[in-house]
Write a protein that binds this ligand. Structure first.
Ligand SMILES: [Zn+2]
Length: 397
């Protein structure tokens, strides 16, 4: 597989699975205007142009190479034209590494107070003040070009995986028409554009959507409509359809909304390159920190006398400098530092986990390393992978 250079994004597969092997895991390198993203990679979510509780130096120290920002939120507040006047998203949030903006479609469906979707676009009421707005493929491109991320995403119509077939089919066909309109509307030469596959859990719709989106000149392929209310087996089956069809496609594959280490590992094994989720940072703010093999609940009284760091071999500030007892105390006292330290740790853990995955693939030892990586990921708790629902809450700080 050779490198694809299609303007603002080029993707090179550095280590690919041997045909007939049990895994589709691959190691790649995505080069974007603001830097290089080694894949498989996890993108922390900066909903309002900030990863909650962290500053850009914190993100760099956690080894984040790309962050996601939400088009819907930034369009409503502070407004894309204001951000453009202030130097675009990179200047505005003082982050000089790559950024990806989502299409806004997911938040329209999950977050707006009400919505009315027709073939032309989506009319919705802001969850902030009830004001009425309209997003179309064309306006989504205008907003994302003004925000100026390295990667924009075609406007799509997501639905929950468990939706009735007729609902999924309707949204999938609309997503295809909107994909073509997004491509026509997108003009910014220094910004890549990724397209979104839908199709829910229906194998024939997944196949149709994969073929359709892969047939368009996008720079990358997003796999949408998963990381919602499907079971892990349903997700595996849907991914099998998609990645099977994309086997010879040289573009990066991005599964939107997946965030628990166990889920990330399973999807990498199936051949996914990119991920994003609010999960590591959201659960951190509830006092849940991820450690090898499981997690700690910082609200638990048993930690109040524990002088050990959160995780002995972690390089993050929380682990280098403080004890479990201290961070648990901060949570009890609802001190602001608690949220920063826990978020810093969970993102460091997640990004370190992805680095271990990349190393195993690069060394040709991914399959042999799977048991160890699974043990490190631990078991995700019930509800932990319900990222679609949790993101829909608007992620209050
Ligand atoms: Zn740590």
């Amino acid at each position: 597989m050779s490198a694809v250079s299609a303007g603002p994004a080029s993707f090179e597969v550095l280590a690919k699975p041997i045909p007939g092997s049990a895994t589709r895991a691959r190691r790649g390198r995505l080069t974007l205007p603001h830097g290089v993203v080694d894949t498989p990679q996890f993108m922390p979510v900066g909903t309002n142009a900030t990863v909650k509780a962290l500053d850009p130096d914190d993100l760099e120290k956690a080894n984040a190479t790309i962050v996601l920002a939400n088009t819907y939120h930034l369009y409503l507040r502070p407004g894309h034209e204001r951000i453009a006047r202030l130097g675009g998203l990179h200047g505005f949030m003082a982050w000089d590494r790559p950024i990806l903006t989502d299409s806004g479609g997911f938040q329209v469906v999950s977050l707006a107070d009400s919505r009315d979707i027709d073939d032309e676009g989506a009319t919705f009421r802001s969850h902030l003040d009830g004001s009425t707005h309209r997003l179309t493929p064309e306006t989504s491109m205008t907003i994302q070009e003004a925000l100026g991320a390295d990667v924009a995403v075609a406007f799509d119509h997501p639905v929950y995986p468990s939706s009735a077939r007729s609902v999924v089919e309707d949204a999938t066909e609309r997503t295809h028409r909107w994909a073509e309109r997004s491509l026509r509307a997108h003009t910014r030469p220094d910004q890549a554009l990724f397209g979104v596959i839908q199709g829910g859990l229906e194998p024939d719709l997944r196949e149709r959507s994969t073929r359709f989106i892969a047939g368009l000149p996008f720079d990358g392929i997003n796999i949408g409509g998963l990381a919602g209310d499907e079971t892990p087996i349903q997700r595996r089956e849907a991914l099998d359809v998609v990645v099977g069809l994309l086997a010879d496609d040289p573009r990066p594959r991005y599964l939107m909304g997946l965030g628990s280490p166990a889920d990330l590992l399973a999807a990498v094994d199936q051949g996914v390159d990119l991920f994003d989720s609010v999960l590591p940072s959201r659960v951190a703010r509830t006092g849940q920190v991820w450690i090898p093999g499981g997690k700690l609940d910082l609200r638990s009284a048993t930690l109040l006398d524990d002088p050990a760091p959160l995780q002995a071999d972690c390089a993050c500030l929380a682990c280098r400098r403080f004890s479990r007892a201290y961070v648990a105390h901060l949570f009890r006292a609802r001190e602001l530092l608690a949220y920063r330290l826990a978020t810093l740790h969970n993102l460091t853990f997640t990004l370190d986990f992805m680095a271990r995955i990349r190393e195993a693939i690069a060394n040709g030892r991914f399959t042999e390393s799977l048991p160890g990586l699974r043990a490190r990921a631990g078991r995700s708790a019930p509800g932990e992978d319900a990222t679609m629902t949790s993101e829909a809450t608007g992620e209050p700080a």
